[in-house]
Design a protein around this ligand. Structure first.
Ligand code: G3H
Length: 208
């Protein structure tokens, strides 16, 4: 069975500052994760002929994928090894759009927009940021990604964002809709999904 590897981007500079949204680069610790992820992928997929690396259009996922791009050179002498990688950037894999709250910290939202903060707390699944998205919106825009993922015959490494990965993971792990916004999706951890005839199997690798 072919694996699907799901991971968040390496820690971003905005993660460090506690800011949501934005399009910041990755921190030093995020850079380290990118290297570890690349080594992991290289080992895990060494017997595959091809693989796809899917990112969002945001810098932090693209930077996390960058070291993986270097790896065909590394394994050029290995006869049966992965010989090509397809990189795709999906807008549908971009983080939930926080609209007017983009770039704020949760404390700032609580202080400056207390009604928004409360409505989100009450119904995180349906709450839509003003001029932004809700979890339900994210789930809906992921449909083409899921269709494409299920069609792939080669392994896929998906490097995306917390809210998006909660939704993707819930689809494969068959978790109820209402749990999606609360699923734990830690940084610097790979969730490997295997779709076999007997159902879906899952493994986790915490790299840092
Ligand atoms: O910036 C967005 C976060 O990654 C999503 O987290 O839905 O728990 O606020 P949250």
């Amino acid at each position: 069975p072919r694996p699907i590897l799901l991971t968040r981007h390496g820690e971003s500079r905005d993660n460090v500052r506690g800011r949501i949204g934005g399009d910041s680069a990755i921190s030093d610790s995020g850079e380290l994760y990118a290297k570890k992820l690349s080594n992991f992928v290289e080992r895990r997929l060494k017997n595959e002929k091809a693989a796809s690396i899917w990112t969002s259009t945001l810098q932090r996922t693209i930077l996390t994928a960058t070291p993986i791009g270097g790896f065909p050179k590394v394994i050029i002498n290995a006869p049966s090894a992965l010989n090509f990688i397809i990189n795709i950037q999906w807008r549908a894999l971009d983080e939930i759009n926080a609209g007017v709250c983009d770039g704020m910290t949760y404390e700032e939202i609580k202080k400056n927009m207390p009604e928004e903060y409360e409505s989100r707390k009450k119904d995180k699944l349906r709450y839509r940021y003003p001029r932004g998205e809700s979890y339900l919106d994210v789930i809906q825009r992921l449909e083409p990604v899921i269709i494409e993922l299920e069609r792939q015959r080669a392994p896929v490494v998906v490097i995306s964002h917390q809210a998006v990965l909660r939704a993707l993971y819930a689809y494969f792990a068959d978790r109820p809709l209402k749990e999606i916004p609360h699923i734990e999706m830690p940084l610097h951890t790979i969730i490997e999904i295997q779709m076999g005839v007997t159902g879906v199997q899952e493994k986790r690798y915490k790299l840092m």
